[in-house]
Design a protein. Sequence first.
Length: 769
Amino acid sequence: MRFAVIQALVTLTTLKWVILAAIAGVIVGIPTAVFLLLLDGGIAVVYELPHFYLLIPVGLVGSYFLVSRLAPDAKGHGTEQVIDAIHRRDGNIVLRVIPVKMLATLVTLILGGSAGKEGPSAQIGAGVASGFAGLVGMTKLDKQRFVLCGISAGFSGVFGTPIAGAIFASEVLAIGRFHYNRLLPALIASFVSVFITRNLGVRHLSFDVDYGASGEMSMLLGMVIFGLAIGLLAVVFITVLRQSERLFGRMRLPGSVKALLGGAVLIAVVLATQTTNYIGLGMEIIDLALDGEPYRGIAPFFKMLTTAVTLSAGGSGGILTPIFFIGATAGNLWAQLLELDIAVYSAIGMVSFVAATANTPIAAAFMAIELFGLATGTWAAIAAAVAYLIVGHLSVFPSQIIFHKKTFFMDLEMHDVPLRFSKAGIKRMFSAFFHGYRQERDEPAPPRGISVAESEKVRIDELVKPRAPGRSYYPLSTVPHVPDETAYGQQGGTVVRPGERDIKESIEKLREYVDAASRVCVLTGAGISAECGLPTFRDARTGYWARFDPTQLATPEAFRENPARTWCWYAARRLALQTVEPGEGHRALARLENYVDRVTVVTQNVDGLHSRAGSSRVLDLHGNLLQVRCMKGCRTFHRDEAGPEARDIFTADAAAAFAANHAEEAGDFEHVEVPTCPACGAFLRPDVVWFGEMLPADRLNQAFADTERCDLFLVIGTSAQVQPAASLPVVALEQGVPVVEINPNATPLTEQVTLSIRAAAGEILSSVV
Ligand code: OAD
């Protein structure tokens, strides 16, 4: 039964995504084709004009004005902004970016700027898909996947390589992480987009590079050495790009003057080299190189210069076409120097340079197979893999997230290898090189998920049955409710105290835990919101309970005794909440949903900031500060509700807050009128849980259920003193689940959890996701 239900769901979801992806292919393929045809048409006309290169400054200034005035998001080379949108903005792209990006790129490229055409297509793809997903009301996760389909369709529509385009879109997001379940939709969208663009008249890349012989061992060695050289060349290119950006960024000149200056540099390159080959898209030179014609050895370096200047001086466009150019001409030069097959090395140089600069070795290998055939593609895979490693953690896309280090040497200090060329320093480097690293030697590997065999043992009714009620029904209090005190002492974990290396190391460990997890449960407290400016409760100087007595404010008895005092205090907190935005920690937890299957945020906070940051599964155990309810339970009002009744209740907040901030004794509240329920006349009270009251049973049950089924538990910014919330991490420890605490101060949990990171939530979380 379980098998049949799951199989039916899997089949339906697969079919759903085949259909959605095909739609993405169509709606992205059409604007991509229009963009490419306009580009080809424009280039065909302008490049026939004598001295057309004199128009470059006009192109750069035009692009600068279009972007800066109409859509600053359209700046740069496109793919970078798309990666950022997926990581940080749930795939949301501002729709205005699409036409602006198209226009700015057309102006840049047609008038001679040196850039590519794939970045804008990816941005168009992401934008169209994001708009469509919003229109049909897709959920956040579906939207992300659909936007990825849009990006794949954009890339593939340009290059005509559906498999490479689909893999590139996934691979380019993060170093060392690939989402297999996004592959099918991306592939379908890519195939459809290639079909549509081709039928609308777009000419895709096509080369005839035939590598006849295969299998000899000398070629294997040749590929390793060639990959190494291409990797180093990628380091040079990325450095040139960064330096040029920095140089133009530092100039104290108006953007339009920088654009003119950039244009002048490009004209100077044309005049100095007596050729227009290094400006524009440069497709003819790529063709030439791949046809096996020997080309000027200096070509890659001039192209690096013109591209870096174009993109930093205000031009708009992609970066992959210049990367093709540089890689192909570099391979061409290599073959000339070593008397090798020019066409084959130009081809392999082109794709390996993509692998290194964009950190996409698998897409590069597939691109080689799709463009040049299996024989050349097979060798290219080796050069691409080597080049990818050699470039280290550099990238033409700085928004890429490093999920797995390429080698542990990327972080020498973290592994106790000092960068000192003294005798001792060199000895340590050698020892690390030959004997591995501190982490690998000393630390046990973190748990890495469950096996297929184990997963089959889980019965479906175990997944859906509610937890047995009982244990979770206790009121809010500071008295521990966990009967089995030994649970606290079960696991003695690592406590990482501040110190830069330790923090780095713990971020690394936390990332590994996240990587191995599929269901994460998070318990948060006032500390995560402290970073937005809201006070905590128990801070000795600034905490609420340092200034107020909880028994006089946050209990039903206190409200009965002096309703106005409690009402005013909550009104003041409600008002303060209006001035804050979700912080780094809240936003990072929302982003965590992009990396694991399920994130449950169980919070003791009543500020609603997790939901505002975008977390989709929030269990607010202690209620909602922005809501008030009738003491008899007949009505609830939310501050954002329209309507005269809610308006009357909440506009009185300012006066109540004033009373709270100025009162000196209980009697000072006498003039404040606590609003009453329009239906029954009973007092309204904040919709929060007070000490001695029961927590909402459904949410608490769900919190325990999710804790029992999670494979990673995070405790963030709570003093872990208030029950029953503080029992959740203990339950997770009982289940053998790793529990990671993030808190600058020690708590009763600190010595028990698997890893305790003594630092601020925002800093740690935003370094992990
Ligand atoms: P507490 O005030 O008890 O604890 C806040 C915790 O956040 C402390 O342990 C701080 O060290 C930590 N912290 C401070 N800044 C931080 C940062 N930047 N990053 C991470 N941690 C940080 O607040 P809670 O544990 O949330 O209930 O308190 C639980 C409940 O007790 C509250 O919901 C409230 C209170 O009484 C009611 O009012 C009913």
